[in-house]
Design a protein around this ligand. Structure first.
Ligand code: SF4
Ligand code: SF4
Length: 390
């Protein structure tokens, strides 16, 4: 990234406009859990005024949601600052628990095994000896349940526009295991606008590594993704992965929603008819704040005739999932999830739509804990559902 902590931190004029946008500050009211406070601490540690070890806790409690970047009038690149500081912390005192967690989460073969094992546990709860590997606080995350692959009838090639080009699809690490239907829907939507997915496994993009302080590893994984993509547009349906690839300079990266909007899916959607329940939309942080994509998903959903799209209060506030945050900081993650769920229920919607696997699994947990009456689905699944209405 070639950026320096001091230089990045020097842009903060300490105005405090970011405070109310920060989920952890809103809960604790403490300056050290605010963006301004954390920037002050990072700068102080870099200048040698406080030891890095003294700021670790306050940086660990940061979600990396980058809502503060959106709010900041001075253009502070908080996400980059946080990644560099976490890298520093990692270099000074490596966090073995975090490393183990990352290795597990970014290996689809291991996650698949873990979820299969979890399915045998009656409580579906993370065994406490496993949870203690990541945090000293009581675990909150249930083991996510992988989707059962849906049956889609084949697309009638004669009905669709001729093939205009090819793209590659970033299938992600956990996403390919947990949410196979999201990729199925994604491929169909791309085909509806004239694009075929070239079957290339792009591997792990390194987002979780970079966001956890393993910047060099994150960058080398991002480079490898770009190399494997062979110059084709890289479609990401995971906000966190897409955001990281863009930050790492992989310019061919497009979030699915922006790509579909640019390629006129709206005119296809306008021919459909919604017969599902009212829907609300949770804006994933790395889409809204990381990639500044706020309108595209709403425009696509809003184009479906008959779809009752209900506004969600604090739609772009973090749900607490935040990569590995709900495993490493379970108490704050749970507080944020409950807040999010309260607003979801208040909309009266039957479905919550979102564009990131972490939010998807975490918000789905809140639903499961209450009997699963509200369904959580990815934007791609919601859009493809419109085409399936008889
Ligand atoms: S809004 Fe920006 S400049 Fe103002 S305190 Fe927050 S980070 Fe600093
Ligand atoms: S990234 Fe999110 S949690 Fe961290 S300081 Fe910024 S707004 Fe707060």
């Amino acid at each position: 990234l070639n950026k320096e902590i001091e230089e990045l931190a020097s842009h903060c004029i300490r105005c405090g406009f970011c405070l109310e946008s920060c989920p952890t500050f809103v809960i604790t009211g403490e300056e050290n859990s605010s963006p301004r406070g954390r920037i002050y601490l990072m700068r102080g540690a870099e200048e040698g005024k406080v030891p890095w070890s003294a700021v670790r806790e306050d940086l660990d409690s940061c979600l990396g949601c980058r809502a503060c970047e959106t709010a900041c009038p001075s253009g502070v690149e908080y996400g980059a600052l946080l990644e560099l500081s976490r890298q520093k912390l990692e270099q000074i005192r490596p966090d073995k628990r975090r490393r183990t967690l990352l290795d597990q989460l970014t290996n689809p073969a291991i996650t698949k095994l873990q979820f299969a094992f979890a399915g045998l546990l009656p409580s579906k709860k993370m065994p406490s000896f496993v949870a203690r590997m990541w945090s000293d606080e009581p675990a909150q995350a249930l083991l996510p349940i992988p989707q059962k692959a849906e049956h889609y009838s084949p697309l009638d090639e004669e009905q669709w526009p001729p093939i205009r080009g090819e793209v590659v699809l970033l299938e992600g690490c956990a996403m390919r295991v947990l949410f196979p239907n999201v990729h199925l829907a994604t491929r169909r939507l791309l085909r509806r606008v004239g694009y075929r997915v070239r079957p290339i496994d792009l591997g792990c993009c390194g987002a979780l590594h970079a966001h956890s302080g393993f910047l060099e590893e994150g960058e080398s994984r991002a480079k490898e993704v770009a190399r494997r993509a062979q110059g084709l547009p890289i479609i990401s349906n995971s906000a966190g992965c897409g955001s990281w690839l863009k930050d790492a300079g992989v310019t061919a990266t497009r979030d699915l929603s922006e790509f579909l909007l640019e390629n006129s899916l709206i005119s296809e959607l306008q021919k459909t008819k919604w017969s599902g329940p009212p829907v609300t939309y949770h804006a994933a942080c790395h889409l809204a704040h990381g990639q500044k994509i706020t309108a595209a998903p709403l425009e696509l959903l809003g184009a479906i005739p008959g779809l009752d799209l209900r506004p969600l209060e604090e739609a772009d506030r973090c749900c607490g999932s935040a990569g590995t945050y709900n495993l490493t900081q379970p108490t704050m993650a749970r507080t944020l999830l409950e807040r999010k769920w309260g607003f979801v229920e208040a909309t009266g919607a039957g479905w919550v739509v979102t564009g990131n696997p972490g939010c998807h699994a975490w918000i789905e947990q809140a639903s499961r804990e209450r009997g699963g009456k509200i369904r959580v689905i990815h934007t791609a699944e919601a859009l493809e559902t419109a085409f399936r209405t008889p």
